[in-house]
Design a protein around this ligand. Structure first.
Ligand SMILES: [Zn+2]
Length: 442
């Protein structure tokens, strides 16, 4: 080596830290001294489904600090994870759940929810005690004392009062409906005999739910008892009325949390795919026994009544799709709660919801948006939620395959980043296994 070359090398060596710090080093890498680095990710833009390959993410302090095509080098306390070929999306939001009551349970619902990619959920049971417990949980998880999704309180359920049409409720300022209004709900607005049928319902011509002691799945039994009434709504369905109702929702910015899986499990209470679901290993033994009993009771319902309710569910899916196509704003929600929500396994039920939405004709991108971008808009939290961008919360799901190509890929979870903490596939599997083991010991 010549003296001159030695001198140049000496200057470069002196400059190296400076160059590395501003990203202009010889190897082009940016040093990161803390937090977590995801290397070589494919970032999914939830606004339009476009993909940015070869991106490196730095998350620290619960936030996404940097997203860059330049290499990031973890130094000091920073940890790096190679996610080559993996797709990064925002953490999923279950916008209708009942989970805070299990905050101190054994096991709580959090491990299953996190392993399912859920980094935040809207708690619908907003009693003062639940709000206090939920807020304490948020403080504990923000401080790293517990691993839990964010608890979001945003008003309670907005079931539709049967006395009021969905149109009038929307005009009166209802911010959102859950379960398409529950029961016959807003589908009544789409009947050509709406006035007559609503008057009949209010006049008390409907029968009470049966069996009266069995409260776990009341709407299904109520519906079975009143199947002729539901059949009349089916027979008088007028799609133009539903299209007009969609326009009212759009005008008033009335949102929908469909919870299709909740509606389906109520009218397929004896479906072997639920009774034999291997995920029941994550459900309390006492709850499982109740659900199996619901299945047994459901099998005794008159076949023609069940057929009517199942046709009604098909119409609910059709109306959901129609409203979405007409621009009605929507969010994903599962409505799992424990023994009251038959066949809904915490966390996993959100993926069942994704599949129901796909079966109803929603595109994978629409479903991804309803779990991320759309709830962020509903809550006015676009600054921190809904997209994978610098400054947003470091709540992410790393997927093995492109979620925009196939809705099933939303469930192919390779890792979850919760408040900046990287949870590998192995860590997530252990969380699920520990839950199953705790249940087995019950
Ligand atoms: Zn609910």
């Amino acid at each position: 080596m010549t003296l001159r070359n030695q001198a140049i090398l000496g200057v470069l060596a002196a400059l190296a830290p400076l160059l590395a710090a501003c990203g202009g080093g010889g190897d082009n890498a940016i040093d990161v001294a803390g937090g977590t680095v995801l290397q070589n990710a494919i970032v999914v833009n939830t606004r339009d489904g476009s993909l940015s390959a070869g991106m490196n993410l730095h998350v620290e302090g619960g936030k996404i600090r940097r997203i860059t095509a330049q290499p990031l080098r973890a130094t000091g306390a920073a940890q790096a994870f190679d996610v080559s070929g993996k797709y990064v999306v925002p953490g999923y939001l279950d916008m209708h759940a009942h989970a805070v009551h299990r905050a101190d349970g054994n096991p709580p619902y959090w491990p299953l929810m996190i392993a399912s990619g859920i980094t935040g959920f809207r708690e619908e049971s907003d009693s003062p005690a639940n709000i206090e417990r939920g807020n304490a949980l948020n403080r504990d998880s923000a401080a790293g004392r517990v691993l839990a999704p964010e608890v979001i309180f945003h008003g309670g359920e907005a079931h539709l009062n049967p006395a009021i049409s969905a149109r009038d409720a929307s005009d009166a300022g209802a911010p959102s409906f859950d379960h398409l209004g529950a029961g016959w709900g807003l589908i009544m607005d789409c009947s050509s005999e709406e006035q007559t049928l609503r008057a009949a319902a209010l006049a008390g011509s409907l029968k009470p739910p049966f069996p009266p002691t069995f409260v776990t799945n009341p709407r299904a039994y109520d519906g079975a008892q009143n199947a002729p009434f539901y059949q009349r709504i089916l027979d008088t369905y007028d799609e133009s009325k539903c299209a007009a109702l969609s326009k009212v929702f759009v005008k008033n910015n009335t949102w929908q949390t469909l919870t299709l899986i909740r509606l389906r499990t109520q009218v397929y209470g004896n479906d072997p795919q639920y009774r034999n679901d291997p995920n029941l290993a994550y459900v309390d033994k006492s709850t499982r026994a109740i659900w199996q009993e619901v299945g047994d009771q459901f099998a005794k319902l008159p076949a023609s009544a069940v057929a009517t309710l199942q046709q009604f569910y098909e119409l609910q899916k059709r109306v959901s799709r129609l409203m979405k196509q007409n621009g009605v704003k929507m969010m994903t929600g599962s409505d799992f709660s424990g023994d009251m929500s038959v066949w809904l396994v915490p966390g996993i039920s959100l993926h069942q919801e994704f599949r129901e939405l796909a079966a109803a004709g929603f595109s994978p991108l629409e479903i991804l948006q309803m779990a991320t971008l759309d709830p962020a808009e509903f809550m006015g939290r676009q600054a921190t939620l809904g997209t994978v961008e610098e400054g947003k919360n470091a709540d992410l799901v790393v997927l093995d395959a492109n979620p925009v190509a196939d809705v099933a890929n939303l469930g192919r979870i390779s890792a979850v980043v919760l408040k900046g903490r990287y949870l590998s596939a192995a860590a997530l599997e252990k969380m699920k296994a520990d839950t199953a083991a705790a249940i087995a010991r019950q």
